[in-house]
Design a protein around this ligand. Structure first.
Ligand code: NAP
Ligand code: MG
Length: 490
């Protein structure tokens, strides 16, 4: 029996009740206190200071981690410097073997890594399990392949590693950003000191154990925990020859200023405000999935998130209807539940930042849509949000929110879409949804963005370079390009 349109709409509104499907945590051993991983072993911090890392979904303390001071940073850089002499001269095929081993250990310990990543950062387990951890293993696997083929990567050039790399990463993809940083650095023959973000240090500390299991020579990888101050001590240490930073544009600029004239090499992966552009000939249902993935993946804590939806005026109404209906089916809650689509916001500070920007959107006159959803009593949460009636000058259309908040703008012609898409100080990524291949190429040529996805979004592969234009930073990570910042070519 056929159902009427109205019945179909009623049915679509009914949320299916899912039985809880929590991932087990009993196989995970989180220690109550951690030291600093320096010279191949865990060491007590000179600072004697520690700070807690919490689970943002429960506000419970998971562990105490060390806060590295200037002496600790100095020790880590010295250890990396000492290890550089032999690591850089080691037969490349042997370096390659260590990287393969690390990749395999990440795979073996995938479940544990995924659970820790979810507990420490708040992201849904289905994402840490299916995206963060497999991609991390793939990154080491990919660069393991390059380690003994550098002369083919850069034919007729002589290549030399730079020395100690100081690497600072954010909290949105802790293990994956670590892999993006460490794998190419080691493959090229450098040694590293890495500082994870203050709120998500645990997967990096598990990675330290993996380095020990892989019998990586002591000092090749050093992990020091701490807050912004520790990061700043690391990047300004004179023993560091190359700085790789992923984080906010604000801190990126600070670092760039502080490194001016030091001769240190620098790559910056900073913020973004990507346009996801839907043309009237796009397959709408697929586009809706792409929009949802583009902005609600990892609670929107994604530098390349499709946070500005540009939709062609002729299809704005039906597309938004479909989108709102789809967003109403997203399940928010326990990140360890395998059915969860939207997990916890990473920290209280980030939640306040999102709330502040959303308030500004309402004040400036945009129209807010949030589906009904139950917000857990403890922890930090923000419902998936859509703003329509957005003008290009609003803060929600200009500033990176780094939360599950989509701003919708419309356009009439492809030229207008390009102009609006590029009307941002950022330039990290963009998405184009259309049936026409020629239009995809036409748009991609005109977009000032490091990555342009066509009829897909947030798709990553270690072989493909990633990085920004303008205030989104410079330098590329991934692919052969990702080796360049870690080598001197002559
Ligand atoms: P953030 O405040 O810039 O922090 C990034 C890292 O830098 C953290 O480890 C942080 O330590 C450290 N840090 C803070 N101040 C520092 C200083 N003065 N010197 C050296 N290090 C310092 O950024 P966030 O808010 O954590 O991360 C979100 C940002 O990262 C967003 O803007 C996002 O777009 C960007 N991001 C970009 C990419 C990309 O590939 N382009 C990828 C992911 C994220 P604490 O955490 O302890 O403060
Ligand atoms: Mg945490």
């Amino acid at each position: 029996m056929a159902i009427t349109k109205r019945q179909a709409a009623e049915l679509a509104k009914q949320a299916f009740e899912y039985a809880p499907a929590p991932e087990a945590t009993d196989h995970v051993r989180i220690q109550p206190r951690y030291g600093l991983f320096v010279g191949g072993r865990m060491q007590e911090p000179h600072s004697k200071k520690r700070f807690p890392t919490i689970n943002p979904a429960t506000e419970q303390k998971l562990a105490e981690v060390a806060e590295a001071d200037a002496v600790d940073v100095g020790r880590a850089v010295d250890a990396a410097d000492k290890a550089f002499a032999s690591w850089s001269r080691m037969a490349p095929s042997r370096r390659s073997r260590y990287l393969f081993r690390i990749s395999r250990l990440i795979q073996e310990r995938a479940r544990e890594l995924a659970v820790v990543e979810t507990m420490d950062g708040g992201k849904p387990i289905k994402e840490s399990r299916d995206v963060d951890v497999p991609l991390s293993a793939a990154h080491f696997f990919y660069y393991a392949g390059w380690a003994d083929k550098l002369e083919w990567a850069f034919p007729n050039r002589r290549h030399r590693p730079l020395g100690v790399a100081g690497q600072v990463i954010p909290w949105n993809f802790p293990l994956l950003m670590l892999s993006w940083k460490i794998a190419p650095a080691l493959a090229a023959g450098n040694t590293v000191v890495l500082k994870p973000a203050e709120t998500t240090p645990l997967s990096a500390l598990l990675f330290a154990e993996i380095c020990q299991q892989a019998e990586l020579p002591p000092g090749v990888v050093n992990i020091i925990t701490g807050a912004g101050k520790t990061g700043s001590l690391l990047v300004s240490h004179p023993g560091v020859k190359k700085v790789a930073f992923t984080g906010s544009t604000e801190v990126g600029k600070l670092i760039q200023r502080s490194l001016a004239g030091t001769g240190k090499r620098l790559t910056l992966e900073l913020g973004g405000k990507a346009a996801n552009i839907v043309f009237e000939d796009a397959p709408l249902d697929q586009a809706v999935e792409g929009i949802v993935n583009g902005i609600y993946f990892n609670q929107g804590h994604v530098c390349c998130a499709g946070s500005r939806l540009l939709v062609q005026e002729s299809i704005a109404k039906p597309l938004l209807e479909k989108l709102k209906q789809r967003v109403s089916t997203l399940r928010l809650g326990d990140p360890l539940d395998k059915n969860t689509d939207i997990g916890a916001i990473n920290s209280k500070a980030q939640l306040e930042k999102i709330q502040g920007l959303v308030d500004s959107g309402v004040e400036e006159g945009a129209e807010l849509f949030q589906p009904e959803c139950k917000i857990p009593e403890r922890g930090y949460w923000f419902p998936p949000t859509i703003f329509t009636n957005v003008s290009q000058s609003y803060r929600i259309a200009r500033e990176e929110i780094f939360g599950p908040v989509l701003s919708v703008l419309t356009f009439r012609t492809p030229a207008e879409a390009v102009e609006k898409a590029n009307n941002t100080p950022y330039g990290l990524s963009a998405g184009v949804w259309t049936d026409k291949g020629s239009r995809i190429l036409w748009m991609a040529e005109r977009m000032r963005a490091g990555v342009v996805w066509a009829n897909t979004f947030n798709r990553f592969d270690p072989t493909s370079p990633f990085g920004g234009y303008k205030e989104s930073g410079y330098g590329r990570e991934g692919g052969v390009h990702g080796l360049l910042p870690y080598l001197e070519l002559s």
